[in-house]
Ligand binder design. Structure first.
Ligand SMILES: Nc1ncnc2c1ncn2[C@@H]1O[C@H](COP(=O)(O)OP(=O)(O)OP(=O)(O)O)[C@@H](O)[C@H]1O
Length: 453
């Protein structure tokens, strides 16, 4: 197999912590170089490891093929085997891309390559580390107990580190399909970036990068990436910004049950208005540290700016998320300590919003959530559905009591206006501020967020 022959000699492979348990060896923290060689498997080995690619071993199907759980005795490890649909003669482009890129890199925050095989029909099989705890999409949108803020900020930081590593590689690697269903959760409950089928490796001016048509998942796609020449690492930054909004809000990138359906159009105006309560996921306890939430929300809004050049680089994103995660963790620690000493006070910090009105908001918001995966539809297709979505999502945060009464009222104004004026948000918000009584205008202007910070 051409794409791997040059790497197989020098490359060294890995086993994730799940597999290390089986191997009873300690995991090695290794950034960039592989601890173990990439293996070429006989098809028969993978066939028996997956019980003949049985339905019982099927982990799931994607647009490019199916993924099976495999117990590979030869390496004493559990792995995931990706079986692509196309044959080599038809041009197995996503498998080729994935193998070519994964064979050159290793990072603890990626779902790393273990090996490969070719089946009798010349289909490529890719063997990667097995992730036993599903995807971030499952946790955020399908779990009965969605993760809290400390876990969410940890996941975000881990993914940011993975993307930073890709962008810092030489030549850089642009993932092009960052989304919550491509973030898998390993045995340590850490997140890993997977699915390199659309990834490109090269500098912006390289022929391959310049000639590959735009691709990705709608809802996460950079609006500036319309032609091959528009691609840069900042397209990944945009998708990562959408992922952060998804983590903060708990809603899908595109969801017709919200108005506007696009998470960017829904959340960014609120962030600019300083309305952080209005966008955060109401199914979980509020964050202990509002300043940390503010930082993360502003960072997300900067990542999804329409002008690619104005978006931050991943190094800045990682540095900011480190602070956010530390603050969330520290606050949670304070809560736990207070809980053991002065339980009443701690409950006040943690549960204050869980009064009747907060429960109403929580129920109303969760009631409007969709469980389906982000589909290949553009938000513009849903303009007409806005009216229906509006009636479900409006007013959901109306009685939240995190703030003094005046401020809370102000949130109602900004939120409902934000929902009403989905087509022209900046003009709409300006008008809304002028409509408000003077004392509220002053209050709101103190909350306005400068995305340049
Ligand atoms: N290494 C892995 N360990 C465990 N499960 C995995 C692994 N890789 C993929 N899966 C699961 O297999 C399923 C199919 O994954 P795949 O990456 O092929 O498609 P997808 O990302 O869901 O969709 P698409 O590629 O169309 O965007 C998903 O449910 C995914 O969670």
């Amino acid at each position: 197999m051409g794409c791997l022959s040059c790497n197989a000699e020098s490359a060294v492979a890995t086993c994730d912590s799940y597999n290390w348990e089986l191997l009873t060896k300690k995991p090695v923290k290794n950034h960039g170089t592989r601890p173990v060689k990439i293996l070429e498997f006989d098809f028969s080995v993978l066939h028996s490891a997956t019980n003949g690619f049985s339905a019982r071993n099927l982990l799931g199907k994607g647009s490019h093929g199916a993924v099976y759980k495999a117990k590979i005795h030869r390496i004493k490890a559990v792995a995931a085997v990706k079986r692509t649909k196309q044959t080599q003669s038809c041009g197995d482009s996503t498998a080729d891309a994935e193998l070519e890129i994964l064979s050159r890199i290793y990072h603890p925050r990626l779902v790393n390559l273990l090996g490969y095989a070719i089946d009798p029909n010349q289909r490529k099989l890719i063997v990667v580390e097995y992730m036993p705890n599903g995807s971030l999409y499952d946790l955020l949108h399908r779990s009965a107990k969605p993760p809290g803020w400390v876990k969410r900020t940890r996941f975000a930081l881990q993914v940011a580190r993975a993307v930073q590593f890709l962008h810092a590689s030489n030549p850089p690697i642009i993932h092009r399909d960052i989304k919550s269903s491509n973030i898998l959760i390993d045995a340590n409950f850490s997140s890993r970036l997977s699915d390199f089928g659309l990834s490109l490796r090269g500098h912006v001016g390289d022929v391959k990068v310049k000639c590959t048509p735009p691709a990705g998942t709608l809802g996460y796609l950079d609006p500036e990436y319309l032609a091959p020449g528009d691609l840069s690492t900042k397209s990944d930054v945009f998708s990562f910004g959408i992922l952060m909004l998804e983590i903060i809000t708990g809603r899908n990138a595109i969801d017709v049950n919200f108005s506007p359906p696009s998470v960017v159009e829904w959340a960014v105006p609120a962030i600019k208005q300083g309305d952080f309560i209005g966008i955060c996921d109401l199914r979980i306890r509020p964050p202990g540290d509002w300043e940390a939430l503010r930082r993360m929300a502003v960072l997300a809004a900067r990542c999804v700016r329409s002008t690619a050049a104005k978006r931050p680089g991943m190094t800045e994103v990682v540095e900011c998320l480190k602070i956010v995660h530390q603050k969330m963790k520290a606050r949670a620690g304070i809560c736990i300590n207070l809980g053991s000493r002065v339980g009443e006070d701690c409950r006040a910090i943690k549960y204050e919003p869980l009064d009747e009105s907060f429960e109403m908001a929580r129920n109303s918001r969760t009631g409007s959530r969709r469980n389906g995966k982000v589909s290949s539809v553009s938000s513009s297709q849903f303009r007409r559905g806005d009216q229906r979505g509006k009636s479900k999502s409006i007013g959901t945060a109306s009685e939240i009591k995190f703030l003094p009464p005046d401020e809370t009222e102000d949130h109602i104004i900004s939120r409902s206006v934000g929902l009403r004026l989905n087509k022209s948000r900046s003009v709409g918000f300006l008008r809304a501020r002028n409509d408000r009584p003077a004392h509220r205008r002053t209050l709101k202007s103190n909350l306005l967020v400068d995305l340049e910070e």
